[in-house]
Design a protein around this ligand. Structure first.
Ligand SMILES: Cc1cc2nc3c(=O)[nH]c(=O)nc-3n(C[C@H](O)[C@H](O)[C@H](O)COP(=O)(O)OP(=O)(O)OC[C@H]3O[C@@H](n4cnc5c(N)ncnc54)[C@H](O)[C@@H]3O)c2cc1C
Length: 303
């Protein structure tokens, strides 16, 4: 039994874990297991055990860019969160951080060290691992601008390192979107800045976010990627879909690019709304909106 092995290696875990508690959309059924490893060797043990017991598995950070299906996930989730979030200065401008650290925590650390370059990310509610996986970005900045290198586990459970240039960062895409790896640690390359300037920029960007985005609702951020030459939110607005809802899933009245869960939306509501929006936008404008939200599906996302 995997439970006995997890206990033997002192890996914290939960059985039949309700995944909506682990995502910002607050949708989704149970996973058979969630494990909470607190070191690289514990992560490797989890991978070894999931392989040994032929249990499909995947990794999650803060769950701020995923839709979990109502039927849940038949397998194991490796959760890299506060349990795996050490941070340290390597030299005056390089910060090394474990994948479970929040971007908010990382940005606060940079502020105290008077390091500039990551202000754009302070309001993105993800983990460092999720942000690198997605090449998260906002207000003109992206992970690709500041990632020096990434240490990860490859599909054979071996520790590897690639430089930022080798990680094929593109719009909301990275090497990791195509490869079955677990991001462990990220080294950021920043610049020495001024405490007041960094703090002012972060406050401005946070205020802007709260003004424009439905931060008070459950969501996974922008539901769709920006199509070439346009904005998803402008297209959705043009099609008069703002406020349109299916069950408790709604196109946000505050920001058309965000599909939200008003309270008890199911994944079926959310997916039906997504498909409806895609169809209407395509028929009325010719633009095909591609999902930015990752759908947690053990057939597609098994590492
Ligand atoms: C209100 C709101 C605002 C947002 N604003 C922005 C924004 O401005 N810009 C932006 O880019 N995004 C934004 N997002 C989306 C989201 O926060 C980012 O994509 C974030 O980087 C996801 O990080 P996460 O830890 O939550 O990843 P998760 O949602 O947990 O996972 C996302 C994907 O990354 C993979 N993953 C996670 N951790 C690892 C790891 N350690 N190793 C390998 N794979 C991993 C998962 O398997 C999954 O496929 C927003 C979301 C919300 C809710």
């Amino acid at each position: 039994m995997i439970k006995n092995d997890l206990e033997k290696y002192q890996v914290k875990y939960q059985e039949n874990a309700v995944l909506k508690e682990y995502t910002t959309l607050h949708i989704g059924g149970e996973a058979d297991y969630i494990v909470f490893p607190n070191s690289i060797s514990q992560i490797q043990i989890c991978v070894t055990l999931f392989k040994k017991y032929q249990i499909p598995y995947t990794v999650l950070g803060k769950g701020s860019n995923v839709l979990v299906l109502d039927e849940g996930y038949r397998g194991g989730i490796i959760l890299l969160d506060d349990n795996f979030s050490d941070i340290e200065m390597m030299d005056k401008t390089h910060v090394k951080v474990q994948a479970g650290m929040t971007l908010k925590g990382l940005c606060q650390f940079c502020l105290t060290q008077q390091l500039t370059g990551l202000e754009f990310a302070c309001g993105i509610p993800g983990s460092v691992g999720g942000a690198v996986y997605m090449n998260a970005g906002a207000y003109g900045g992206e992970m690709k601008d500041v990632v020096e290198s990434v240490i990860f586990l490859d599909e054979h459970n071996t520790i590897k390192c690639l430089s930022g240039e080798q990680l094929c960062f593109h719009y909301r895409q990275s090497y990791f979107s195509q490869n079955q790896s677990i991001i462990l640690e990220v080294i950021y390359r920043l610049e020495i800045g001024n405490f007041q300037h960094i703090e002012k920029k972060m406050t401005e960007l946070m205020n802007l976010r709260y003004q424009k985005q439905p931060m008070e609702n459950y969501s996974a951020g922008s539901t769709f990627k920006r199509p070439k030459g346009h904005y998803a939110s402008a297209l959705i607005k043009y099609c008069q879909l703002q406020g349109f809802s299916i069950g408790d899933a709604e196109v946000s009245k505050k920001h058309a690019g965000f599909l939200i869960n008003k309270a008890n939306a199911t994944s079926k509501d959310f997916l039906t709304l997504m498909h409806y929006v895609q169809k209407e936008v395509y028929e009325q404008t010719g633009y095909l909106l591609e999902s930015e939200v990752q759908i947690l599906n053990h057939q597609e996302k098994t590492l």
